[in-house]
Design a protein around this ligand. Structure first.
Ligand code: MG
Length: 253
């Protein structure tokens, strides 16, 4: 009897679950959104149709200081100093590929060191972290001296690796006060190593992170740290929120 009642109750619950959407009115937000633009995705890491290509394997003309780097075989080798993108970016998505030198030299921070600096000051560490111990918040995928990568997803020296970065720029008011910090998500070789991390300020080796006011858009900087780190396929997508107005409720299709 108890079993039978249980079955009846279960049946009633199921019937309610099915019946309720049929009688309810659809809820609509009332927001009138701008239509999302159409973007053609790239194949296998190639830039999507709306990307700004900063290095396509041919030349470093998109970079201040790029003439110092060595371009060969479709990649660029860091050399003679850091480089800054001529174009400036705020909120953006960055894709780049890098490879630590195949011939292992040095150790710790001296091995395959470079860095991707968002807005020229917030460093996502690039390092050969394959079986190369160093301080955790300085290894590959770290927000330098702020937060270690969640995992070590490094490939072997000489192998190509990917960074896909989602970056939200900090906001300052007119007096230069920080009103919203920067956030960053980093995917290293397809693995999340930073998940919407709240950046604490500009990265420095000799002092704690600190915010100082800067422009809404700033260059991307790639570090030269004395090691011949290779780069290829660098592109950026500027991220812009869709326009939205409050409007009359409109039924969805
Ligand atoms: Mg570095």
């Amino acid at each position: 009897m108890r079993t039978w009642l249980g079955n009846v109750c279960g049946c009633v619950v199921v019937l309610w679950g099915v019946a309720s959407p049929l009688t309810a009115e659809e809820w609509v937000s009332g927001k009138v959104w701008e239509e999302p633009p159409v973007v053609t995705p790239g194949q296998n890491g190639a830039p999507p149709s709306d990307a700004i290509v900063l290095f396509d394997g041919k030349d470093m003309s998109q970079w201040e200081g790029g003439e110092n780097w060595i371009v060969e075989n479709g990649y660029a080798i860091s050399h003679g100093g850091g480089i800054s993108s001529k174009q400036k970016f705020g909120d953006c998505q960055v894709h780049l590929e890098f490879a630590a030198p195949e011939k292992v030299e040095g150790s710790g921070q001296g091995r395959g060191n470079s860095g991707l600096y968002m807005m020229g000051r917030y460093e996502i560490q690039i390092l050969d972290s394959y079986e190369n111990p160093t301080y955790f918040d300085g290894q590959c995928g770290a927000i330098y001296k702020q937060h270690p990568p969640l995992v070590n997803a490094s490939r072997k020296p000489g192998e190509w690796q990917t960074y896909d970065v989602l970056f939200t720029a900090p906001r300052f008011d007119e007096s230069g006060n920080l009103v919203k910090p920067a956030y960053v998500t980093v995917i290293h070789n397809g693995v999340v190593v930073q998940n919407h991390f709240e950046i604490e300020g500009a990265s420095a080796w000799e002092k704690p992170p600190q915010y100082t006011p800067h422009g809404e858009k700033e260059p991307i900087y790639l570090q030269f740290h004395g090691n011949p780190v290779r780069f290829r396929n660098i592109w950026v997508r500027e991220l812009r929120e869709l326009g939205c107005q409050e409007g009359e409720a409109k039924a969805a299709h």
